[in-house]
Design a protein around this ligand. Structure first.
Ligand SMILES: Cc1cc2nc3c(=O)[nH]c(=O)nc-3n(C[C@H](O)[C@H](O)[C@H](O)COP(=O)(O)OP(=O)(O)OC[C@H]3O[C@@H](n4cnc5c(N)ncnc54)[C@H](O)[C@@H]3O)c2cc1C
Ligand code: SF4
Length: 421
């Protein structure tokens, strides 16, 4: 497995730490959704106290191993780094990763007795387990309900190149053994029933469903859903797809699946087919660069019309597009060029056009028109004592934002259960 980013050695990390300006207002810390005290952990690296640096990171952030590897720092801490105004921002995420690679998850946390109340957490991803860690540290007992695999999306769908198994095991073993009382392997459908058994419930189920592409031919053999394939490949099972693959989409899921299909078979042609251009892709820039380095190619400005084939996929008919004005999100929209359709010969089509909430569960909980759970400022749903956070509330976002929600929900739940005691 090709790791594009080698971890820093101590010399490089120390030189990088010396570039930090230790700003009094720490804009990097404010820009990190988990509010990691960046200057403090960098100062610890500089003074050679790596275990101290780990403790600082660990106290602020339950998923430090994961975020050290896959946090999109250019959208958060590094975008605010004052050093960027002089030359280049400090490589904060790489320093973050250096600390987690160089030190053990030494269990230095003294936990209080579990006497404050009993909380049910539905979904053992970054939001759910962050909430569990904070609540257990405040004397609550936390039971987790998970229908697939603890760890959420990173453990289930992200390439082992970016998030290796041993890093995952280190993180999850620590979190699950220290902060979770019981794990119920169960697909929860009714949270009001759970509320009658627990003092409060936190829903952190993410976006487990996939958006459909409503074009002709998607029922043909050789058409796959991206996230099903990701789960298969992450678990070590052969994807079983062909040699000429078209991935439809421009987000993180499309780029992840295209990269993993190339990693699995380097002779395979994998082309990302997207309606806009590279600048408009929603995937993280670093992931696009890695996909390109792995040999993924792109067919931009192509609108899928139909999958061609009699029994099995033989190609994808697309219409050429042209970029037009910016839409409300600031991204350029596109128009189809009439009479410009052509066929891309393929034996496999992978649909990667979006993630959705599971709307068949949790009756009685208010949702937005797109199915996201609605919460107030205190993260409570319309039912008192039932809280929600992470992707199921925000839509498709990031691990560090799910961590932020888990931490905040824990505080709100503690206040609700203890009545401010
Ligand atoms: C392919 C891909 C690549 C990504 N790459 C990155 C990246 O590089 N960096 C980054 O920061 N973010 C990335 N993300 C986004 C990130 O993974 C999510 O924002 C984050 O995992 C959300 O955390 P969560 O806890 O809200 O939900 P999830 O991680 O989705 O966890 C929800 C958990 O709930 C479980 N569950 C769902 N329904 C039920 C139910 N009814 N009963 C019981 N359990 C249930 C699920 O099995 C899952 O374990 C990526 C996402 C995808 C799909
Ligand atoms: S968690 Fe992400 S945003 Fe926060 S300090 Fe680490 S790399 Fe930066």
């Amino acid at each position: 497995m090709q790791d594009f980013e080698k971890t820093m050695d101590i010399q490089r990390a120390t030189i990088e730490a010396e570039r930090c300006l230790y700003c009094y207002d720490a804009p990097c810390m404010a820009a990190c959704p988990a509010h990691v005290p960046v200057p403090e952990f960098i100062q610890s690296i500089r003074s050679g106290n790596l275990h101290g640096a780990r403790s600082i990171l660990q106290e602020a952030h339950p998923f430090i191993e994961t975020c050290g590897r896959i946090c999109p720092e250019e959208a958060f801490c590094q975008s605010a780094c004052a050093r960027g105004k002089i030359d280049t921002p400090v490589h904060i995420r790489q320093l973050h990763r250096f600390v987690t690679d160089a030190t053990d998850a030494a269990d230095r946390i003294e936990l209080p007795g579990a006497t404050a109340g009993k909380i049910a957490i539905v979904g053992a991803g970054p939001a759910g387990l962050s909430c569990a860690r904070e609540l257990r540290s405040m004397s609550f007992v936390c039971d987790v309900f998970e229908d697939r695999q603890a760890g959420g999306v990173p453990s289930q769908e992200i390439s082992t190149r970016r998030y290796p198994r041993e890093v995952e095991q280190r993180e999850l073993l620590f979190l699950m053994s220290r902060f979770v009382s019981h794990v119920h392997v169960q697909h929860v459908t009714d949270v009001t029933r759970l509320k009658s058994e627990y003092d409060a419930v936190f829903i952190a189920t993410g976006l487990p469903a996939e958006s459909e592409l409503k074009i002709e031919g998607v029922q043909l053999a050789g058409v796959h859903r991206a996230r099903e394939l990701l789960r298969k490949m992450r678990s070590g099972t052969d994807s079983g797809v062909g040699d000429r693959v078209g991935v439809i989409g421009g987000g993180n899921v499309a780029v992840e699946v295209a990269s993993m299909l190339r990693e699995e078979e380097s002779e395979r042609d994998v082309v990302i087919i997207y309606r806009r251009g590279m600048k408009e892709m929603k995937a993280f820039k670093k992931e696009i660069e890695e996909a390109t380095a792995l040999g993924v190619t792109y067919q931009f400005l192509a609108i899928p019309d139909k999958v061609i084939g009699s029994q099995h996929v033989e190609g994808l008919q697309v219409t050429q597009a042209r970029l037009s004005c910016e839409d409300s999100s600031g991204r350029r929209s596109f128009d189809a060029l009439p009479g410009s359709s052509f066929v891309i010969p393929l034996d496999t089509v992978v649909i990667a056009v979006g993630q959705r909430p599971d709307e068949g569960v949790f009756p009685g909980i208010d949702r937005s028109p797109s199915g996201l759970i609605l919460v107030g400022d205190n993260m409570q749903t319309n039912i008192p004592g039932i809280y929600a956070g992470g992707d199921i509330v925000r839509g498709a976002r990031t691990v560090v934002e799910a961590v932020c929600d888990g931490k905040k929900a824990a505080e709100c739940i503690a206040a609700y259960v203890t009545g401010g005691r």
